[in-house]
Design a protein around this ligand. Structure first.
Ligand code: FES
Length: 105
């Protein structure tokens, strides 16, 4: 069941947007152009974006404005980005961070 907000009490009804497919840890998810990785995953009920490097505890968005880096994920197994600040594109491959020191190559 999607948790996507299609109509907002202040912003009104959201317009038609192009549906795309993104992949999180290899699993396909529906998203829309203009979404961020974080908003796409939350709309699909996925709140854990990575595991803490030392404790292994689940981590997701915290500030949702690009300051805390709690939402960092890997794109295509290489580039590390903030999920709350990164727009999705069709076919995007996103992976959780699980180990200390994973970063841009
Ligand atoms: S949730 Fe804080 S930078 Fe993304």
């Amino acid at each position: 069941m999607t948790m996507r907000v299609n109509s907002h009490p202040v912003l009104g009804k959201l317009g038609e947007r192009k549906q795309i497919t993104i992949y999180f840890n290899g699993k396909p998810f529906q998203a829309y152009e203009g979404d961020t990785i974080a908003s796409s995953m939350m709309a699909e009920g996925v709140y854990t974006l990575r595991q803490h490097e030392e404790s292994g505890k689940e981590r997701g968005i915290y500030c949702n404005i690009g300051h805390c880096f709690e939402c960092r994920v890997k794109l295509g197994g290489r580039r590390v980005v903030r999920a709350c600040m990164t727009p999705v594109f069709n076919g995007m491959e996103i992976n959780s961070l699980t180990a200390f020191g994973e970063r841009d190559e």
